[in-house]
Design a protein around this ligand. Sequence first.
Ligand SMILES: Nc1ncnc2c1ncn2[C@@H]1O[C@H](COP(=O)(O)OP(=O)(O)OP(=O)(O)O)[C@@H](O)[C@H]1O
Ligand SMILES: [Mg+2]
Length: 339
Amino acid sequence: MKDVKRIAVEIAPGVETEFVDRDRALAQVVEWAERGTRFPVVIFGPEGCGKTAFLRQASVMLRDLGYDVFYLHPLDKVFAAEVDDADVKTLFTELVRKTLEDERWGRLALAVFDLTREILKKRRRKIAVIADDVFQAIGLDKAAAYVKGLLNMIEHPVYSYENIVVLVATSEGVSRREIGRHFWAELRPMWNMPEKGFQQLYDKMPEPKPPFEEAWRWTGGNPRMFGRLYSSRWAVGRVAEDVIREKGLTAEFVRRWGRWLEAAVEDPEVLWAGGAPEELARELEARNLIVYNMYDRDPYFWIDAPPPRRDPELGIGKNAAWQTPIHREAVRRALNEAG
Ligand SMILES: Nc1ncnc2c1ncn2[C@@H]1O[C@H](COP(=O)(O)OP(=O)(O)OP(=O)(O)O)[C@@H](O)[C@H]1O
Ligand SMILES: [Mg+2]
């Protein structure tokens, strides 16, 4: 995508670059801007694949395309109302200030409904609501209700709008399931970066770095994993050990699932169609180790480029995939350590 202002991102502490590639996703933003989103678009995908970076980039683009933009990212305590209406901006700023004090995120998330109405009361406008990881903040049990509220805003606005774009991201497999039970959103997966795009990011990374092939083989194109490996000076084993602890891959856990986990390390698809217990798939999904119930690779269903249908080297199966090769490596090591 030429002519797109790209935001600055930090890929590792002290290593700044600009938002790289994701050209198809950016073209999707332009399309949404032209037509609006008929449903809230709920984006999910591997942790660190770039959902937040993408939503930040999308916010800037939508603003440039004439949108009033509300941006909410409670986990990072970042909130912005890039809107022309000065009164609404003041109201929002005041609310953010209060919320940072008492941490009642739900109130802020809900305020967006009133503020949008306030803007539209005065003039027909283009409105974007961008909510990143709000479900953890408002409570997973309220995720579906919140999405329904967003849908109502699109379907039954009190004052008419020119266009509306609603984008939501979640890194929780659980919230995806909760939302998926209703026809209230378009659930759209986003994968790690495609090889060509990842190559661009790799080129921007200062030395020392391993050959591209190796960076690709360990990260599968996941920019956060790339940053972590970089910060550890490419100590793959150490990063994998960290993942073992973060994910609570205790000896008890890996022994309990032993044989099935070993099979899943070889080929994650056993979790879907290979007779593995569904409870194991759910446990791995809840720990953000795999993405389960993947979509058809028709680009229509995806944000940016879909992953390949199958890539045994990266641990990608048709319906189940390891989030990155390092996630799989952590499980492999945990199995070895448990004997
Ligand atoms: N297109 C990109 N170009 C350059 N850097 C990127 C890009 N996408 C993501 N990054 C960097 O990769 C890291 C992880 O990205 P990000 O935080 O957006 O992932 P995420 O999918 O939101 O993760 P989580 O699931 O934990 O919320 C960040 O440091 C981010 O700046
Ligand atoms: Mg994020």
